[in-house]
Design a protein around this ligand. Structure first.
Ligand code: NOJ
Ligand code: CA
Length: 541
């Protein structure tokens, strides 16, 4: 049976910010159901939902308090089942987020663990300090600060690679594996298509030695990233559970993954594909927060490296942790053109494309704000950390804004009404994205030249030309901002040319006057070249 993810694109929904049905300012499942026709109209086949499980939402759902319950803000289990059924009617499959590196500190397992109750105490990682007042090692949390929290009642510390409200599960305990397998079966049996597995390459801690270096975040990762135990657990989950379901998808979120481990994840049937972060790190400057200009040639080098060595990639520009892509990899001046050029690359590279809600509209981030008001725990952590740095306030705020994920979680723009059609109530939970009232579903639907209609056309092209899904990736020699490659299937092949810059470029001689049928041409015709963010896709047979 052909796996749907080999041809179908994925649309990521951030449920809190997608569509609010009851006016409380927070997106919900009935809201998602009301927009399924829209989602199907884009041409995607798979919908990934960021977490909707019961949660105190300290990290907006990436802190699960009950894996078997839907958070009441988002709806009920009946609503979720209705979503599955309604999606199916439209040929869409639903993917859930699996967050099992940690639970919420409000999960009943952890509450029992804190009282020293068995078996739950061993579901988590508790350790004695090195000596009084000194944590078991020098690891720092991904959100900065020590990765250990002291529990006076137990005289022990517990590990949290994220916030202290997100205690890490103990994957050395076979019971944890058993619990997670049950959760997976519970949802797969309901008809869920698969899972995007949160920070899945760091679940198994091989040793608890001190970490090297002085990194204020993620120090110690050499002891838990892509360990042998990690590979073994993923193989077991795949074999015990996923392989029993004919068509399914397992996508890993794999922080700091390298090519060697990436190859193993796929070759040894541990994951179907994984997200890398190398390309989205290219604009990270000082403190990993201040933006720097992306060199398109470097971007090409990074993307092609994965295209050439990983048999199937999970391609993306945006998600709920990343600032919107136009200002980073495209150009605000050429907003639509660059949104389309980036979209073309996303939909013509080999692998499964992931489109984050609003990306298909060319949405921008919400305007920067006073980070003290951020709802994002990562931004709050950096605010705390930088308090002692004696930096001018503007610089400190700039660093926090660089980290802050509220801006890319702005509510979806549906129309031009006061709350952009997101909520019937009078206030949305977050600020809206920056816009002049033109980049929303209602406006773009009517405009044949819109980014939305480009995505529709491009997904249609992808569906009609197997070369673009199943073809090999054949990079062609190119310099500067030119992306030139072919997708080749048997004797058929499609040539893709993209100028990822705001300047017109000349094409190398061998790419001029190519014979074939033009499938896509974006930007004006200029002799022997490509205009700013110009795109050509040619069926060269
Ligand atoms: C990655 C998720 O995408 C992010 O939103 C979250 O904060 C961390 N994992 C921790 O679960
Ligand atoms: Ca709501």
């Amino acid at each position: 049976m052909e796996q749907l993810w080999k041809s179908g694109a994925v649309y990521q929904i951030y449920p809190r910010s997608f569509c609010d049905s009851n006016g409380d300012g927070v997106g919900d499942i009935p809201g998602i159901i009301s927009k399924l026709d829209y989602i199907a109209s884009i041409g995607v086949k798979i919908v990934w939902l960021s977490p909707i499980y019961k949660s105190p939402k300290f990290d907006m759902g990436y802190d699960v308090a009950d894996y078997y319950e839907i958070d009441p803000e988002y709806g009920t289990m009946e609503d979720f089942e209705r979503l599955l059924a309604e999606a199916k009617k439209r040929g869409l499959r639903i993917v859930m987020d699996l967050v099992v590196n940690h639970t919420s500190s409000e999960h009943p397992w952890f509450r029992a663990a804190l009282k020293g109750e068995m078996p739950y105490h061993d579901y988590y990682i508790f350790k004695k300090g090195k000596k009084e007042g000194v944590p078991p090692n020098n690891w720092t949390s991904m959100f900065t600060g020590t990765a250990w929290e002291y529990v006076p009642e137990l005289g022990e510390y517990y590990l949290h690679l994220y916030d202290k409200a997100q205690p890490d599960l103990n994957w050395r305990n076979p019971k944890v594996l058993e619990e997670v397998e049950n959760i997976l079966r519970f949802y797969l049996d309901k008809g869920v298509y698969g899972f995007r597995c949160d920070v899945i390459n760091q679940i198994y801690k091989e040793s608890f030695e001190d970490g090297a270096g002085r990194n204020p975040s993620g120090r110690g990762q050499e002891h838990y990233l892509m360990t042998e135990g990690n590979h073994r657990i993923l193989r077991t989950l795949y074999e015990d559970v996923f392989s029993k379901y004919e068509d399914h998808i397992v996508v890993g979120e794999t922080f700091n993954v390298d090519i060697e481990n990436g190859i193993r994840f796929l070759r040894d049937k541990e994951l179907d594909m994984f997200f890398t972060f190398e390309h989205v790190a290219l604009d990270k400057g000082l403190f990993g927060a201040l933006p720097k200009k992306v060199n398109p040639a470097k971007l090409r080098e990074v993307l092609y490296k994965y295209q050439k060595s990983i048999p199937w990639n999970a391609n993306y520009w945006e998600n709920h942790d990343q600032h919107r892509c136009i200002a980073r990899f495209g150009s605000l001046k050429y907003r639509d053109a660059s949104a389309k050029a980036l979209g073309t690359l996303l939909l013509t590279l080999k692998g499964t494309p992931f489109i984050y809600q609003g990306q298909e509209l060319g949405m921008l981030d919400a305007p920067m704000k006073d980070p003290e008001t951020s709802t994002d725990c990562a931004a709050q952590a950096v605010l705390r950390l930088t308090k002692g740095f004696h930096l001018p306030k503007w610089l400190r705020y700039k660093i926090c804004n660089g980290i802050d994920r509220d801006s890319c979680r702005a509510p979806m723009s549906w129309d031009n009404s006061i709350n952009q059609g997101f909520t019937p109530g009078d206030k949305a939970w977050l600020l809206f994205a920056e816009d002049d009232g033109t980049h929303n579903v209602a406006c773009e639907d009517k405009n044949p030249e819109s980014v939305l209609n480009f995505y529709r056309k491009m997904l249609d092209l992808r569906a009609k030309h197997e070369e673009l899904t199943h073809g090999n990736f054949d990079p062609l020699p190119s310099k500067g901002p030119l992306f030139a490659f072919r997708r080749v299937l048997g004797k058929a092949s499609i040539l893709v040319l993209i100028n990822l810059s705001a300047k017109a470029i000349k094409l190398p001689v061998y790419l001029r006057n190519i014979e074939g049928k033009t499938l896509l041409s974006l930007g004006e015709d200029i002799p022997a070249g490509l205009p700013p963010f110009g795109v050509r896709a040619i069926d060269v047979g």
